[in-house]
Design a protein around this ligand. Structure first.
Ligand SMILES: *Cc1c(COP(=O)(O)O)cnc(C)c1O
Length: 535
C-alpha cells in the first residue's frame, strides 16, 4: 500500500488473538484480533487499545449430572510487557489508576491493554470480568477503555490520526477528545465538530434492543461526562444515552459489517439526526490463522484437496473421541454448528421436528457436532444447551456436544466437518465469520440468507441457502418455515450429494474456496477500511 497511510487507534472491548489469551468472548473479539493481524501483515499503522481482563469471559462446563456450570479463573500471561506508563481516571469521584501493558507475543499485533488490578486502587476489579456484573461496572469498564485509552496513547506519545471505535463500548474516548479540545479553548460545539473529524465508528448490532443504553444520571454519577456539560452529552447520545447513536454522532463516518447489515442499520438509525453516514464493509477472516495452509496450497496448485480434508476430519474425530469418548464415523456426513447460544442463532433448529431428522441420526447417516457457550445470565441460551444435551443423550452416536466453545474448538471444527450449519433468523446476524473460516477450508455452508451469506452464496455451487430469505415478525412462523426448508435442503440436496455424487461435492468444495478465500479475507477487509473509512 502507498505511504502516508493514516495511523489508527482501534478501540475494542475484546481482542481474540489466540485461544489461550482470554480477552475475548466471541465474534466481536475475533474480528478485532484478525483486524490487528491483517494490519501487521500489510504493514499498516494500526494500534489496538483494549483491556487486560483478569478473568476474561466465562468458562462453561457440563458436570456429571449434566448441569451447566459457569466458572471464572484468574489468568496470568508472561508475554505482557510493562510499558511503565500509568494513567488516572476519575470514576465515582475516586481516582482509578490504570497500568498500561503492551502485548508482546506471536509477533502479530501492536496492542496496548489497560489494567486496574493494582494494589493502590480501591477499584481493582473494574477490569475483572469481560461483560461481567451490572450497569455501573460496565460503564466503569467503558470509561477505562475510552477515557483511559486516549490518555494511555498520550502518555505513550503515539501520534494518532484516526480513532476507530469498534462498537459503542468505546464512545467515551470521544468525550475525552472533546474535553482535550475544550481545555485548549474550543467552545463545546467546535470541540465536538473537530473531534468528529478524527473518529470513525463500526456498529455490529442489528437488533435494536441489543444496543446499549444508560440513564444520564448514572453516567453523571460515574463521572462518565468527563467534564462535558449535560446538555452536550444529551445532544450526543439522547436520553437515555444510546451508545450506538453516540457512536454515530461522534464520528465522521461509520460502517456496518455486511451489505445486508448496512441496509438494516441505515433503516434502524434513520431517526438519529446529524448522524454520520453508514457504509458497508463486510467482515473478513485472517487466512493464516483460520485456513489450513496445506489444503489451501494444494487448492492453489489445482490439486485434489479431498485427502487434506479427510486429514482434518480425522483430526477432529480423534479430538472428539478424546474429549467425549464418542467415536464418530469418518465415512458419514458430519455437520457442525458452533457459536454463542444467543437465541436468534437457533442452535437447536435442526431438532425442531425430531421425527424428520431421527431416521438419519439413528442410521448415523447424519452426524452433528455442536459447540456453544451461553452468557451466564442468558437463561434462554441455557435452555437451548439443555435441549441439545437431551438430543445427545437420545442419539449418543450421532449428536455430540462440545462444551466451552473457544478459538481452538472453532479452528478444529471449521476445518474438520463436512458441512457448516448456520441458521440465524434472517436480519438478526450482522455478518457472521465462522462460515467464512469453514468455506476457505472447503467446508460447505448450509445457511439462511443472513449476514455475509447473501454476498457469497451461489446455491448448489458455493454451498446451500435455506429459507429463501423469508422474514416474519412472528417467530413461530419464521422458525417453522426455516425448519421445513432446512430439512428439505438437508435431505434432498446435502445428504443426497454427499452419498450419491461425490464428484459434485468436491467441485463445490473448490468453488467454495475459489469464491470466498480472497473476497472474505481480513486482507481485503483492512484495505477496504483504509480506502473507504480512514482516507
Ligand atoms: C469465529 C468465531 C466466532 C464468530 O463466529 P460467528 O459465525 O460470527 O458466530 C465466535 N467465537 C469464536 C470462538 C470464533 O472462533
Amino acid at each position: 500500500m502507498q505511504k502516508n497511510n493514516p495511523s489508527v487507534a482501534y478501540f475494542s472491548m475484546e481482542f481474540g488473538l489466540n485461544s489461550d489469551f482470554k480477552i475475548y468472548a466471541g465474534g466481536l473479539g475475533i474480528l478485532a484480533g484478525d483486524f490487528l493481524k491483517a494490519a501487521k501483515d500489510n504493514n499498516l499503522p494500526v494500534i489496538g487499545v483494549g483491556i487486560k481482563w483478569k478473568q476474561g469471559y466465562v468458562e462453561q462446563h457440563i458436570d456429571s449430572k449434566q448441569r451447566i456450570v459457569d466458572s471464572f479463573y484468574n489468568n496470568e500471561y508472561d508475554f505482557l510487557k510493562d510499558t511503565g506508563v500509568k494513567v488516572n481516571i476519575k470514576i465515582r469521584d475516586r481516582d482509578v489508576i490504570c497500568k498500561v501493558w503492551k502485548v508482546d507475543c506471536f509477533d502479530n499485533s501492536d496492542l496496548y491493554l489497560l489494567d486496574t488490578d493494582l494494589p493502590e486502587n480501591a477499584d481493582r476489579w473494574i477490569t475483572g470480568q469481560l461483560y461481567g456484573w451490572f450497569e455501573e461496572e460496565r460503564i466503569a469498564q467503558e470509561m477505562i477503555l475510552g477515557i483511559g485509552g486516549v490518555r494511555a496513547l498520550r502518555a505513550l506519545n503515539k501520534n494518532i490520526d484516526i480513532y476507530h471505535f469498534n462498537e459503542g463500548h468505546a464512545v467515551f474516548a470521544g468525550f475525552e477528545l472533546i474535553r482535550e479540545k475544550k481545555e485548549r479553548g474550543y467552545n463545546p460545539y467546535d470541540a465536538w465538530n473537530e473531534s468528529r473529524k478524527q473518529i470513525v465508528f463500526t456498529t455490529h448490532t442489528p437488533v435494536f434492543e441489543g444496543n446499549e443504553f444508560h440513564g444520564l444520571n448514572v453516567l453523571e454519577y460515574m463521572g462518565a461526562f468527563n467534564n462535558l456539560d449535560r446538555y452536550l452529552v444529551r445532544e450526543i447520545g439522547g436520553e437515555p444515552f444510546n451508545m450506538t447513536a453516540a457512536g454515530l454522532k461522534l464520528s465522521r463516518k461509520s460502517n456496518a459489517v455486511s451489505s445486508m447489515h448496512g441496509r438494516i442499520a441505515n433503516d434502524m438509525w434513520k431517526f438519529v439526526d446529524r448522524r454520520s453516514e453508514i457504509i458497508s464493509i463486510t467482515n473478513g477472516v485472517h487466512i493464516p490463522t483460520w485456513g489450513d495452509d496445506e489444503l489451501i496450497g494444494e487448492y492453489r496448485n489445482d490439486k485434489e484437496i479431498w485427502s487434506y480434508h479427510m486429514n482434518n476430519k480425522i483430526k477432529l474425530i480423534n479430538s472428539i473421541r478424546l474429549d467425549t469418548g464418542v467415536k464418530l464415523n469418518k465415512d458419514k456426513l458430519l455437520m457442525g454448528f458452533a457459536r454463542r447460544a444467543a437465541p436468534y442463532k437457533r442452535a437447536d433448529l435442526v431438532f425442531t421436528y425430531e421425527n424428520r431428522i431421527e431416521p438419519f441420526l439413528e442410521s448415523g447417516d447424519v452426524q452433528i457436532v455442536i459447540s456453544t457457550k451461553a452468557h451466564p445470565l442468558d437463561f434462554d441460551g441455557k435452555e437451548i444447551i439443555k435441549h441439545i444435551l437431551s438430543m445427545q443423550n437420545k442419539y449418543p452416536q450421532s449428536v455430540v456436544f462440545l462444551e466451552n466453545y473457544n478459538m481452538r474448538k472453532a479452528m478444529l471444527l471449521t476445518r474438520g466437518v463436512d458441512v457448516w450449519l448456520n441458521n440465524p433468523r434472517v436480519t438478526k446476524e450482522a455478518c457472521g465469520t465462522s462460515g467464512m473460516k469453514a468455506a476457505i477450508n472447503g467446508v460447505l455452508n448450509l445457511s439462511t440468507l443472513d449476514g455475509w451469506w447473501p454476498e457469497a452464496c451461489w446455491d448448489e455451487v458455493t454451498g446451500w441457502q435455506i429459507g429463501g430469505g423469508f422474514v416474519s415478525e412472528n417467530k413461530d412462523i419464521q422458525d417453522k418455515h426455516d425448519a421445513d426448508s432446512l430439512y428439505e435442503v438437508l435431505i434432498n440436496k446435502v445428504i443426497n450429494t454427499y452419498y450419491n455424487d461425490p464428484e459434485k461435492w468436491r467441485e463445490m468444495m473448490s468453488a467454495s474456496i475459489r469464491g470466498i478465500l480472497d473476497r472474505f479475507s481480513a486482507d481485503r477487509m483492512i484495505k477496504e477500511y483504509y480506502e473507504k473509512l480512514y482516507k
